[in-house]
Write a protein that binds this ligand. Structure first.
Ligand code: GLN
Length: 287
């Protein structure tokens, strides 16, 4: 078989599930991963012959895509903020909205970084480590810590820190249970679980059936649980003039602003993402 034949099989088998451009992008991600060939290489040699073993790999990837298994888990990697990340189904696949949060943290801390070298940062619920690592890479003199309840997620986050040659202090803790964190920080960031169980029917199968529910879902009765706990800890462990950044559920912008106000945070700012919905919040703490 040659690559054009395989590509045609992909188009036929996946056409009811994905748009054509997406099928194309799956195919090229696989050719790059399996054979190291990029799109231009294939354009130059569309009849590139593949042996039985490779054929088998394409067919097995095709079967997974038919089951709506995410391409990032099939190839075991993705990109976030222009950096490479390993992923498996112990961690959420990094989202573009979260890149916007990272960008906001970098912009908003510019003044602070001029005044103080070596800011300390904590990412709560780090998962693949994408927020902590992208920040460590872009704020070279910061000291970055990252916490997660899942030791399996931390294993991936540690591999990602190595892959991106950054130094991160990892903590294996349940933020809902931990009593006291003994380190102080200038900036705390978190993208905690924020999807309510009742929203499950709106979630696509590729997410619902494959990504870790531990990282996604909160109980309908207490959707701001993580925000309440994390903001509570932040009052204790943020330094004077510290900052708190959250990624949020689009339905809870006002609720989270209110919660932060009640806890005593100042300059609370709600920000929309590229899709035009409330997606992140920033607050200062002047004690
Ligand atoms: N934005 C993610 C999603 O929609 C949810 C991330 C989270 O719960 N922190 O799947």
């Amino acid at each position: 078989m040659n690559l054009t034949e395989i590509k045609n099989i992909f188009y036929i088998e996946l056409e009811n599930l994905y748009p054509k451009t997406e099928i194309e992008s799956f195919f090229y991600l696989l050719t790059e991963d399996f054979i190291g060939l990029k799109r231009v290489d294939i354009a130059l040699d569309p009849k590139y012959k593949i042996d039985k073993i490779l054929q088998q790999k394409f067919i097995s990837a095709l079967a997974k895509l038919k089951n709506e298994y995410p391409i990032q888990y099939i190839i075991g990697k993705t990109e976030f903020y222009g950096l490479p990340f390993k992923v498996n189904n112990d961690v959420l696949i990094p989202r573009p909205e979260t890149e916007e949060l990272v960008q906001w943290v970098i912009n908003e801390t510019q003044e602070k970084r001029k005044k103080k070298k070596g800011l300390t940062l904590l990412d709560i619920g780090t998962g693949s480590g994408c927020i902590a690592i992208a920040l460590a890479k872009n704020l070279p003199d910061a000291e970055v810590w990252a916490l997660d309840i899942s030791d399996k997620a931390l294993k991936i986050a540690k591999e990602n820190a190595k892959l991106n040659t950054v130094n991160i202090q990892f903590l294996n803790e349940n933020i809902l249970k931990v009593e006291k964190l003994s380190v102080k920080f200038d900036i705390i960031i978190s993208n905690p679980p924020y999807v309510r169980e009742l929203e499950k029917s709106k979630i696509q199968n590729n997410v619902l059936l494959n990504e870790p529910h531990l990282a996604l879902f909160v109980k309908d009765e207490d959707p701001l649980l993580f925000y309440d706990k994390i903001a509570g800890h932040a009052l204790e462990i943020l330094n004077q003039n510290g900052m708190l950044f959250f990624e949020i559920n689009q339905d809870f912008g006002k609720g989270i602003v209110k919660l932060l106000k009640e806890k005593g945070f100042q300059n609370i700012e709600l920000k929309k993402d590229i899709f035009g919905v409330d997606r992140m919040v920033k607050a200062d703490l002047h004690k």
